[in-house]
Design a binder for this molecule. Structure first.
Ligand code: 4AD
Ligand code: MG
Length: 429
């Protein structure tokens, strides 16, 4: 069996393809079957004179998404989908499909999401999932090549990391409530003290009440954590990382970006160094653009869009008011009101894709923060131990995979960036 993606290596040869019927048309003595095999599309030409009577009429029985096997000679044809065609000499039906629900006409997003298990067979969804995979591989390669150890944190946890309002709660035998993790960070910090440079990469959960284009309740996050890093080192790592991801997609997934009509020139502009502005400078940008914004508040999605529209590359906004950030972030020694935090905002209005910070490494201060935030100290004793025994400055960040895929693919909504999206109003199929 040959894959459609490899047809260029078989011009003039006879091959057998197996796949699904993507589309068909016929005109008298010839039928055109477009096959999809998961690696690409190819047109198979069934000419009445080249096949038996039986095989010729078999082509009529195939409805959209029927599966079949076709044998024929490969020829180059630049006008044909994929650039190569097959002159069929034989056809075998594997399974007949009737009335496939997703037809070439327009369907609404809810209908498509209800049929997500089938929708992923469509060209655009295929392209997105292949780009997602390339990004995931770039993420692993980047850290593996830089001496990071992959460190897998637990998903079931006894406490919150990123605020208590977005926790998924579950009963845990006789131990009371447990929660699905919002972030592997606290465990990654333990990992960094053992292995120096670590990264986590896996699903995380937020019971987000927000019904927006950027929020999923289950999403994938990659979180590097590095011993002896400060905020500046953290920003250097984040910018090198993002540039690398975009470069790898541009190297290996141009065809898929074209299927999505992505403006590739915008991605080509993602080059280091990225602009770095403080939160206070970001607020100035908002004021200059006529936005009424009071210093001290968190940036909303429309604010982020205005800020990121000033730049071609992702922009790093650092030193947020500590009030709007998490308990574990270290304060700026130059101004105690500020947290040593950074958010990276993607261009073209895609908003925050990375959140990171230098961590509080002083035992007494961290203890105070846990009390201020009314967090149950007993569940954080192990985390405090990291400050009791060999505490060092350290920093890290989290990148949301789905928001990154949405930005690189140029999509309106994160629901198309993951095989089966989980949102506040959807947990099927
Ligand atoms: O900014 P967040 O909440 O940061 C953390 O969780 C830190 N513990 C990370 C760290 O320092 N190790 O989340 C990080 C990223 C966001 O920038 C965003 O890309 C993504 O995770 N994210 C979501 N993506 C989709 N749906 C949601 N509900 C998301 N919440 C966060
Ligand atoms: Mg954040």
């Amino acid at each position: 069996m040959t894959f459609i993606k490899d047809l260029s290596q078989h011009v003039g040869e006879e091959v057998t393809l197996k796949g699904w019927l993507y589309n068909k048309r016929s005109s008298g003595k010839v039928k055109f079957l477009i096959m999809r095999d998961g690696t690409g599309l190819a047109q198979c030409i069934v000419f009445k004179g080249n096949v038996t009577e039986e095989v010729f009429s078999l082509a009529d029985t195939l409805g959209q998404e029927s599966t079949f096997e076709v044998t024929g000679k490969v020829k180059e044809e630049s006008r044909s989908v994929g650039g190569y065609e097959l002159d069929a000499i034989d056809l075998k039906v594997i399974s007949i499909a009737h009335e496939y629900p997703i037809t070439p006409k327009e369907h609404g997003p809810e209908f498509l999401m209800d049929h997500r298990h089938l929708w992923i067979r469509s060209q655009k969804q295929w392209a997105i999932l292949r780009i997602r995979h390339r990004i995931a591989k770039a993420i692993r390669d980047f850290f593996d090549e830089r001496d990071f150890t992959l460190f897998d944190p637990p998903i079931i946890t006894p406490n919150a990391v990123e605020g208590t309002s977005t926790l998924f709660e579950t009963e845990y035998f006789d131990l009371g409530s447990a929660y699905l993790t919002q972030s592997g960070q606290l465990y990654a910090e333990a990992g960094a003290m053992a292995l120096n440079r670590v990264y986590t990469f896996g699903p995380t959960f937020r019971a987000e009440k927000s019904k927006t284009r950027r929020h999923l309740t289950e999403f994938w996050m990659v979180e590097p954590e590095v011993a002896f890093f400060d905020l500046n080192d953290d920003m250097n790592l984040a910018e090198e990382f993002l540039e690398y991801i975009v470069q790898m997609v541009l190297k290996d997934r141009v065809h898929e970006l074209q299927i999505l009509d992505r403006d590739i020139s915008k991605l080509e502009k993602v080059k280091r160094p990225f602009p770095r502005i403080s939160y206070t400078e970001a607020v100035d940008i908002l004021h200059k653009n006529g936005v009424e914004f009071e210093w001290g508040g968190d940036l909303g999605a429309p604010d982020e869009t205005i800020i990121s529209n000033q730049f071609d590359s992702p922009v790093m906004v650092h030193r947020y008011p500590a009030e709007v950030k998490a308990f574990y972030m270290k304060r700026d020694p130059e101004d105690e009101k500020l947290a040593l935090a950074v958010d990276v905002l993607a261009p073209e209005g895609y908003g925050e894709i990375i959140g990171g910070s230098q961590r509080e490494d002083n035992l007494d201060i961290l203890l105070e923060r846990i009390q201020e935030h009314k967090l149950p100290q007993k569940y954080f004793e192990w985390y405090l131990d990291l400050r009791r025994f060999g505490s060092v400055p350290h920093a890290g960040f989290g990148l949301g995979l789905e928001r990154t895929v949405a930005w690189i693919c140029g999509l309106d909504h994160v629901r198309e960036t993951i095989p089966f999206a989980r949102m506040i109003y959807r947990n099927t199929p």
